[in-house]
Ligand binder design. Structure first.
Ligand SMILES: [Zn+2]
Length: 92
Protein backbone atom coordinates (compact mmCIF):
# COMPACT_ATOMS: atom_id res chain seq x y z
CA UNK A 1 0.00 0.00 0.00
CA UNK A 2 2.95 2.25 0.68
CA UNK A 3 3.89 2.59 -2.92
CA UNK A 4 0.49 3.78 -4.05
CA UNK A 5 0.34 6.41 -1.35
CA UNK A 6 3.81 7.68 -2.13
CA UNK A 7 2.86 8.14 -5.73
CA UNK A 8 -0.30 9.95 -4.79
CA UNK A 9 1.58 12.26 -2.47
CA UNK A 10 4.11 12.94 -5.17
CA UNK A 11 1.35 14.02 -7.54
CA UNK A 12 -0.19 16.25 -4.90
CA UNK A 13 3.18 17.80 -4.22
CA UNK A 14 3.85 18.48 -7.86
CA UNK A 15 0.47 20.07 -8.29
CA UNK A 16 1.03 22.26 -5.28
CA UNK A 17 4.39 23.47 -6.56
CA UNK A 18 2.96 24.98 -9.73
CA UNK A 19 2.02 28.56 -9.06
CA UNK A 20 -1.49 29.35 -10.22
CA UNK A 21 -2.85 32.64 -11.45
CA UNK A 22 -4.89 33.03 -8.26
CA UNK A 23 -1.70 32.96 -6.18
CA UNK A 24 -0.32 35.88 -8.14
CA UNK A 25 -3.31 38.14 -7.62
CA UNK A 26 -2.98 37.65 -3.89
CA UNK A 27 0.66 38.65 -4.11
CA UNK A 28 -0.09 41.49 -6.55
CA UNK A 29 2.31 40.03 -9.10
CA UNK A 30 2.01 39.93 -12.89
CA UNK A 31 2.97 37.20 -15.35
CA UNK A 32 6.26 37.63 -17.16
CA UNK A 33 6.14 36.26 -20.72
CA UNK A 34 8.83 35.99 -23.31
CA UNK A 35 9.07 34.69 -26.83
CA UNK A 36 11.55 31.87 -27.48
CA UNK A 37 11.83 32.81 -31.10
CA UNK A 38 12.55 36.54 -31.13
CA UNK A 39 13.21 37.25 -27.45
CA UNK A 40 10.37 39.75 -27.09
CA UNK A 41 9.18 39.96 -23.49
CA UNK A 42 6.26 41.57 -21.69
CA UNK A 43 4.45 41.47 -18.41
CA UNK A 44 0.80 40.49 -18.61
CA UNK A 45 -1.80 41.62 -16.08
CA UNK A 46 -2.76 38.65 -13.92
CA UNK A 47 -6.32 39.86 -13.53
CA UNK A 48 -6.82 39.86 -17.27
CA UNK A 49 -5.51 36.30 -17.57
CA UNK A 50 -7.76 35.11 -14.76
CA UNK A 51 -10.81 36.47 -16.51
CA UNK A 52 -9.86 34.31 -19.49
CA UNK A 53 -8.36 31.20 -17.92
CA UNK A 54 -9.54 31.17 -14.30
CA UNK A 55 -7.64 31.48 -11.00
CA UNK A 56 -6.62 27.79 -10.87
CA UNK A 57 -4.71 27.90 -14.15
CA UNK A 58 -0.99 27.07 -13.65
CA UNK A 59 1.30 29.95 -14.61
CA UNK A 60 3.83 27.85 -16.60
CA UNK A 61 0.99 26.71 -18.88
CA UNK A 62 -0.21 30.20 -19.70
CA UNK A 63 2.46 30.49 -22.38
CA UNK A 64 0.82 27.70 -24.38
CA UNK A 65 -2.24 29.94 -24.77
CA UNK A 66 -0.30 33.00 -25.80
CA UNK A 67 1.11 34.35 -28.99
CA UNK A 68 4.04 36.73 -29.35
CA UNK A 69 2.81 40.23 -30.19
CA UNK A 70 6.07 40.99 -32.00
CA UNK A 71 6.57 38.01 -34.35
CA UNK A 72 3.37 35.98 -33.96
CA UNK A 73 5.16 32.87 -32.68
CA UNK A 74 3.31 30.57 -30.32
CA UNK A 75 6.55 29.50 -28.68
CA UNK A 76 6.00 31.63 -25.59
CA UNK A 77 7.16 30.89 -22.04
CA UNK A 78 5.69 32.31 -18.87
CA UNK A 79 6.65 32.60 -15.24
CA UNK A 80 5.49 34.64 -12.25
CA UNK A 81 7.04 38.11 -12.33
CA UNK A 82 8.23 38.04 -8.75
CA UNK A 83 9.92 41.36 -7.91
CA UNK A 84 12.88 39.69 -6.18
CA UNK A 85 13.55 36.06 -6.93
CA UNK A 86 14.59 33.76 -4.14
CA UNK A 87 13.79 36.09 -1.27
CA UNK A 88 10.18 35.12 -0.83
CA UNK A 89 10.72 31.44 -0.05
CA UNK A 90 8.03 31.07 2.53
CA UNK A 91 6.54 27.74 3.51
CA UNK A 92 3.12 27.18 4.95
ZN1 LIG B 1 8.39 36.76 -30.94
Amino acid sequence: MGRFKERWLDQQDRRRRATCLGDLTQAGVGVFCWCNRCGHSAEAATQMLISQLGPDFPVPEVGARMRCSACGSKDVSTRPAWPSRGQTARHH
